[in-house]
Design a protein. Structure first.
Length: 86
């Protein structure tokens, strides 16, 4: 289980649609955003799809795009850090 005390920003629980856009733009992977903060997010992703360690994260509702890095993976969940916290 993750240690919430190590986080720099408080994450809010959400249930939103997101997308993972691979760097080479060859494919986009749909995901579910489970929690979100200014510095990162927890995503639920398909387990059968290879997801790179770095990608562009897209929040579907707003269309906001941010470069991201995978910090941890466990089954169909992953934690990401935004490379440009705003």
């Amino acid at each position: 289980m993750e240690d919430n005390n190590k986080r720099r920003a408080v994450r809010q629980r959400v249930l939103k649609a997101g997308k993972i856009a691979c760097a080479d733009a060859s494919h986009v992977i749909d995901c579910t955003i489970r929690n979100l903060s200014e510095t990162g997010a927890r995503l639920q992703v398909p387990t059968s799809v290879a997801i790179p360690d770095r990608f562009e994260f897209v929040e579907a509702a707003s269309g906001k795009r941010r470069p991201a890095t995978v910090m941890w993976r466990k089954a169909d969940l992953m934690g990401i850090r935004f490379n440009d916290p705003s």
